[in-house]
Ligand binder design. Sequence first.
Ligand code: GRF
Length: 191
Amino acid sequence: MTMSDSVVILISGRGSNLQAILESGVGNRVAAVISDNPGAAGLNVAAKHGKPTHVIPRRGQTKEAFEDALSECIEQYNPALIALAGFMTVVSGAFIARHQGYIVNIHPSLLPALRGLETHKRALAAGVPQHGCSVHWVTESVDAGDVIARQAVRVENTDDEEALAARVLEAEHRLYPATISRLLNQRKWRD
Ligand code: GRF
């Protein structure tokens, strides 16, 4: 593996997508895991897989200082891809410009439907027959970048928010590793 085949994962919390990535065939391409939250459970997941971890707290510093530190930390790994996996800080245009064209995110809806939070609750309230998850490029508008891949799940009559969220999360755990693998193998978007 050369470093330019690698991905750096950014997390804030539980890290189940991170775990799915680490347990997949593309796990050996994960160069490092960075959290903006010192208490993120995903940091333990990364450490168990022997991956370097870094904590850059969002709290206690300006957004600019935070993003500078984050960028410097990422750049030491020279990754081909930055993958947000439950990373809860909305990054600025300056951050996106610095890493133009190689930041991806996973979102729990069939984008462009249901951008933002509480997607499962809103899917049930809307009575849609299908829900799911999407991997998309990160741009300045939250959850609005071009969609790279989507996976649909059926909404059952018996679903409550928890049941639907669990089914979508399973789909995320298949979609995200497969999509990251495909992108790293293609690598056409970045010279
Ligand atoms: C996932 O539902 C993901 O789609 C969203 O945040 C959640 C992160 O979960 N962006 P986890 O930390 O990967 O378990």
